[in-house]
Design a binder for this molecule. Structure first.
Ligand code: SF4
Length: 148
């Protein structure tokens, strides 16, 4: 009960970068820390600790090196949790989609993200607009708060 109440008051989002140009990550950090968007004023915080995260926000094409760490981060996030995949690289490989072969056969890339994790919300764009990232987080909230 306390956990449920606390989650209604305070949401933690863990940002995981899995290979890309970092454009998505800059806009994601913008959502939380810039004075213009400042999601933290609504008690939505960035965290780098999966054990206190509610939502996993993933960017990048998921290189082979990052696939296992991404799985481990996901496993360490307590239930109920949600995954938001953001940017063309995370959704379909984007500009990295044919490096080392097509997606699914590449020597370097295991992505997109939904090859690795169950994705709840997809946010397209290259990079996605901060407003769209915030909208993706809002869409993930019912699963985290109500377990829907
Ligand atoms: S989707 Fe675009 S901005 Fe985001 S990591 Fe890929 S190339 Fe960079």
């Amino acid at each position: 009960m306390l956990k449920k109440y606390a989650r209604k008051k305070c949401i933690h989002v863990m940002l995981a970068y899995t290979g890309g140009c970092n454009g998505c990550d800059i806009d994601a950090v913008n959502c939380f820390l810039s004075p213009f968007y400042d999601a933290e004023q609504y008690n939505v915080f960035l965290t780098w600790n999966p054990r206190e995260a509610d939502i996993l926000l993933v960017s990048g094409c998921v290189t082979k090196v990052m696939a296992e760490p991404l799985r481990k981060i996901y496993e360490n996030i307590p239930e109920p949790k949600a995954v938001v995949s953001m940017g063309c690289c995370a959704l379909k490989g984007g500009v990295y989609g044919n490096i080392g072969g097509d997606l699914g056969t590449s020597d370097f890339i295991d992505g997109p993200v939904d090859n690795i994790l169950p994705v709840d919300v997809k946010v397209p764009g290259c990079p996605p607009r901060p407003e769209d990232i915030i909208d993706g987080i809002i869409k993930a909230l019912p699963k985290v708060i109500e377990g829907d």
